[in-house]
Design a protein around this ligand. Structure first.
Ligand SMILES: Cc1cc2nc3c(=O)[nH]c(=O)nc-3n(C[C@H](O)[C@H](O)[C@H](O)COP(=O)(O)OP(=O)(O)OC[C@H]3O[C@@H](n4cnc5c(N)ncnc54)[C@H](O)[C@@H]3O)c2cc1C
Length: 477
């Protein structure tokens, strides 16, 4: 993975820069000891690492603004960071960059059940947003599998999704407004507690902008009343193609389950070894969850099981009670951890039209055999959002490069069939140089001009999203 040369001038001024930051923030908010800054050297894409110049952990929007004004003046690049769970290297620093971590900004600022919103500081973890309102019968819908750890800051940065986004949409569909601090240290409010605002939809530009345009410090989030009930059904199939075809048929039928999750044999085997969820012996399985009143749930599940019957299922198990529902989800929720026990892996994130699932799964199987690299699949099938996991040995010379090559080919396949380079994990450094596969020079130029407006000196989150070659002139300036 190519990264630009860090600015030697900034590195040489480290002591002066740290002293400047210490004048702005309480003593415990600035970290410059190399042994301590190492914890920020990577995010969830652990194959690439680089310790930052220093890290700051502000507590207020005003402190964030002061830090950014200072860094803009001193020409120091800044990498905004929530919890560092990005799988695309979105929060990885360069050696001349300051990490600006939101972890201490985790307060609930306001809850309003009549108008169905919560306002939080964005360092708050995803799961604890629901935690703040569930006793009153509400929840926050986007549910990344990392929700125990990841922060709303990163969810907004990556426009994150999750298992239940088939029905409820991803972050952008549940975000009402933000407080954003620009690189110049200006504090702006975009959107607000209402469902739509006059003027340009800048909120749509900010959500998913991967820390390129400013630091989001507060957010208004839509909260929803909890549904009456929910029930999953587990269905095993003789091939990935059959499972994929079943997904396409369910979506085509007009039923809208709250989630359709897919796992193939390597993943099923790994999770069985890991947490013994009691999954059937099959090539691929689907977990389909529906919600509503007991009568609505029964009706939807009858129709879903009818559809599955046409795709030669080898097993169907509907949850009889809460305990069984938890067991059905256990393997899926543990899948990434289970795969991690098997060795190193790279988790891809591409999106395809749901109708292409059987063809793409078949082709990924062929590519895996051709390269000799094992690929396991676990993903949000209802949205066509695929997460092939390529297994490798990080200590074997050349393995990472082979994985990168296969990963790139799989993502190109997603674009070829009418899909997209990324579904929910973002571009980061991982897919940065593949952007021209999807976008022509004029498209990329238009996107870079938006960044020019917010961050004219290109100091925010360097070397992410835009191909290095396309952005070289701007970054140097
Ligand atoms: C086991 C596992 C499972 C996962 N499952 C899912 C899943 O189901 N769905 C999904 O979508 N993702 C998933 N992810 C990926 C990851 O959790 C998400 O991308 C998440 O939103 C990142 O949040 P974070 O707080 O850790 O952000 P970080 O990793 O810290 O940052 C992510 C990006 O947001 C930017 N950013 C961070 N804070 C701010 C801010 N305040 N203002 C502006 N930009 C900011 C960063 O610069 C970076 O570009 C998973 C990751 C893991 C490790």
């Amino acid at each position: 993975m190519q990264m630009p040369e860090p600015d030697a001038g900034v590195i040489a001024r480290k002591a002066e820069i740290v002293a400047g930051l210490r004048r702005l923030l309480p003593a415990d908010a600035v970290i410059d000891n190399p042994a301590e800054t190492r914890v920020y050297e990577c995010d969830g894409l652990t194959a690439y690492r680089c310790p930052p110049l220093a890290a700051v952990l502000p507590r207020t929007t005003e402190e964030v603004a002061a830090v950014l004004r200072f860094c803009q003046g001193a020409g120091v690049p800044v990498v905004p960071r929530g919890s560092g769970t990005s799988l695309a290297g979105g929060a990885m620093p360069t050696a001349d960059a300051l990490i600006l971590g939101l972890a201490r900004m985790n307060a609930v600022l306001e809850t309003d059940y009549e108008n169905r919103f919560i306002r939080v500081q964005t360092g708050r973890t995803n799961l604890s947003v629901t935690g703040a309102v569930e006793a009153d019968g509400f929840f926050y819908a986007p549910d990344p599998s990392s929700q125990l750890a990841c922060a709303i800051a990163g969810n907004i940065g990556m426009n994150s999704g999750g298992a239940h986004c088939l029905k409820y949409g991803v972050t952008t569909n549940n975000l009402l407004g933000v407080t954003l601090v620009t690189m110049a240290g200006e504090v702006v409010t975009i959107g607000g507690p209402w469902s739509d605002a006059g003027g340009l939809d800048l909120l749509g530009v900010i959500c998913g902008s991967e820390g390129q345009l400013g630091v989001v410090t507060e957010a208004w989030l839509r909260i929803l009343p909890k549904p009456e009930g929910a029930r999953p059904v587990l269905m095993g199939f003789g091939s990935s193609e059959d499972a994929g075809a079943c997904v396409a048929a369910i979506i085509k039928s007009g039923i809208l389950p709250v989630a359709i999750e897919f796992m193939d044999r390597p993943c099923i085997r790994a999770t069985e070894d890991f947490c013994k969820a009691g999954y059937p012996d099959c090539e691929a399985l689907l977990i389909v969850e529906v919600e509503g009143s007991p009568a609505e749930i029964d009706e939807q599940l009858v129709r879903i099981k009818d559809i599955a019957a046409a795709h030669e299922p080898v097993a169907i198990r509907e949850a009889a009670d809460e305990d069984e529902a938890k067991r059905i989800w256990l393997g899926r929720k543990s899948a990434f951890g289970a795969m991690g026990q098997m060795g190193d892996y790279m988790c891809l994130d591409g999106t395809i039209p749901v109708s292409e699932l059987p063809r793409v799964l078949n082709r990924i199987g062929e590519m895996s055999r051709e390269t000799g690299l094992m690929v396991a699949n676990v993903f949000h099938a209802g949205d066509g959002n695929m997460h092939p996991l390529i297994l490798f040995d990080a200590n074997r010379p050349g393995d990472l490069e082979r994985v990168e090559e296969l990963g790139a080919d799989i993502l190109k396949l997603c674009v070829e069939v009418g899909g997209c380079l990324t579904g929910e994990h973002g571009v980061g450094i991982e897919k940065r140089d593949l952007m021209p596969v999807q976008f022509g020079p004029a498209d990329l130029e238009a996107q870079m001009r938006v960044k020019d407006v917010f961050d004219p000196r290109w100091l925010m989150n360097p070397a992410k999203v835009f191909p290095l070659e396309a952005s070289a002139g701007r970054r140097a300036g």
